[in-house]
Write a protein that binds this ligand. Structure first.
Ligand code: FA5
Length: 346
C-alpha cells in the first residue's frame, strides 16, 4: 500500500508539472484528491491492515495528499502569474508612437464680432449690462413709449408667452431697466449685447432669432452730435475708413429724432445685389435721442438730462465685415463655414 501511495504521489506531481492551464490543473485535483480518486480508493483498503500498520498508512496518505495539494497550489500560483504577465504584454502601449493631432476649434464669428464691439465701447468708457430674454411687456414696449395697441408694436412681430410676457424683440428693454436702477441720476453709459426674437420670415438678412447690441448714454447736455460722432468712430473702427456710412431719418417711438445707419455693401461694392436688395446699402442699426417720455417714465428729469441710444445687429455687421452673403450661415453650424474664421484668431 505504501508503494501504491508513493506511486500515486509521483504520478500526480508529474502531471501537475506538465499541466498547461488552469482547467487541466483543476482536472488533476479532482482526479487525485476527489472522493472517487485513487487515494480514497487505497484508503478504503486500510481495514485489511493490522492495527499497527493502520496509523502509519493513515499518516502516509495524509502526507501524500498534502504533497499533492502543495504542488497544485504552487502550480496554480505560477499559471496565474503567467496569465497576468501575458495580459500585460498584450496590452502594452508603445509610448514612442506619434500622437494623433488634437483638432483645435475657433470662436464663432458672432462671438468675435460681439467681443470686438464690446472692447471698442469699453475703451470709450461704457459698461456692459444684461437683461432677461423672457421679458415683461412693460419693459419691452410700455416703458419705451409703446403703450398697448400702439401701431408701432407691429414693427416688431412678437413671440408672446403670456399676455404680459414675451421673448424680447430687441435689447432696448435693458435701457429701460438700467434707467430705472439709476433712479433719475446720470450719467449712464452702457452697452447691452444679447439674443432677441421676432416673428420675421427667415431670408438672407433676416432671422427669427438674432443678436442685438444696445447702447445708451444719458447725461447733461448730450446732443445728436455726440451720437453721430460715436457712430462714426464705431463704423470706421469696425469696417475701415474706406467704407461709406449714411444716416437716414427714421422713426422709433422711444427716440426723437430717430435715425437708421446704413453701410455700403461689401458683397457688391455698392452696385446692388441680393444681400443689399439692389440698393448698395445694408441697414445695421437704429438710433436716436432718447424720447423725453422714456426719460420721465424711468424717473429722469428730461429738462436736466438728455441722452442717445442705438441698437445694432451683429449678424449684419459680421456679414458686411467678412463678406457673408446669408445670415442663416451663422446658425446652421456648418463646420466648413465656421472653420474659415480660424484665421482671425489671435
Ligand atoms: C430696434 O430694434 C431698436 N430697438 C433699435 C434702437 C435702439 C433704435 C435704440 C433707437 C434707439 P430695428 O428693428 O431697426 O430697431 O433693429 C435694429 C437692428 O437689428 C437692425 O438695424 C438690424 O441690424 C437688426 N435686425 C432687425 N431685425 C433683424 C432680423 N430679423 N434679423 C437680423 N437682424 C435684424
Amino acid at each position: 500500500m505504501e508503494q501504491k501511495l508513493l506511486e500515486l504521489q509521483n504520478e500526480a506531481i508529474s502531471q501537475i508539472e506538465n499541466a498547461e492551464d488552469l482547467k487541466s490543473l483543476n482536472d488533476i485535483r479532482v482526479a487525485y484528491l476527489g472522493k472517487k480518486g485513487p487515494i480514497t480508493e487505497v484508503l478504503r483498503g486500510m481495514g485489511k491492515l493490522s492495527a499497527e500498520e493502520r496509523p502509519k498508512m493513515g499518516a502516509l496518505a495524509n502526507d501524500v495528499r498534502s504533497a499533492i495539494q502543495e504542488k497544485l497550489d504552487e502550480k496554480l500560483n505560477r499559471l496565474e502569474q503567467e496569465a497576468v504577465l501575458k495580459q500585460l504584454e498584450s496590452e502594452t502601449i508603445d509610448v514612442t508612437l506619434p500622437g494623433r493631432p488634437v483638432k483645435q476649434g475657433n470662436h464663432h464669428p458672432l462671438t468675435r464680432i460681439v467681443e470686438e464691439i464690446e472692447d471698442l465701447f469699453i475703451g470709450m468708457g461704457y459698461q456692459v449690462a444684461e437683461g432677461p430674454e423672457v421679458e415683461q411687456d412693460y419693459y419691452n414696449f410700455e416703458a419705451l413709449n409703446l403703450p398697448k395697441g400702439h401701431p408701432a408694436r407691429d414693427m416688431q412681430d412678437s413671440f408672446y408667452i403670456t399676455e404680459d410676457t414675451l421673448l424680447r424683440t430687441h435689447t432696448s428693454p435693458v435701457q429701460a431697466r438700467t434707467m430705472e436702477k439709476h433712479q433719475g441720476k446720470g450719467p449712464v453709459k452702457i452697452i447691452c449685447p444679447g439674443k432677441v426674437y421676432r416673428r420675421d420670415n427667415d431670408d438672407a438678412t433676416h432671422s427669427h432669432q438674432f443678436m442685438q447690441i444696445e447702447g445708451l448714454v444719458i447725461d447733461e447736455k448730450i446732443t445728436m452730435a455726440d451720437l453721430k460722432g460715436t457712430l462714426e468712430v464705431f463704423a470706421k473702427k469696425m469696417f475701415g475708413s474706406d467704407r461709406e456710412i449714411r444716416l437716414r431719418p427714421s422713426f422709433f417711438p422711444f427716440t426723437e429724432p430717430s435715425v437708421e445707419m446704413d453701410i455700403s455693401c461689401k458683397i457688391c461694392g455698392g452696385k446692388g445685389c441680393s444681400v443689399c436688395k439692389g440698393t448698395g446699402w445694408i441697414e445695421i442699426l437704429g438710433a436716436g435721442m432718447v424720447h423725453p417720455n422714456v426719460l420721465e417714465m424711468a424717473g429722469f428729469d428730461s429738462k436736466k438730462y438728455t441722452g442717445f441710444a442705438f441698437g445694432m445687429g451683429p449678424e449684419r455687421i459680421a456679414m458686411l465685415k467678412y463678406g457673408v452673403d446669408d445670415i442663416r450661415h451663422f446658425y446652421t453650424n456648418d463646420i466648413r463655414f465656421l472653420k474659415q474664421f480660424a484665421k482671425y484668431e489671435a
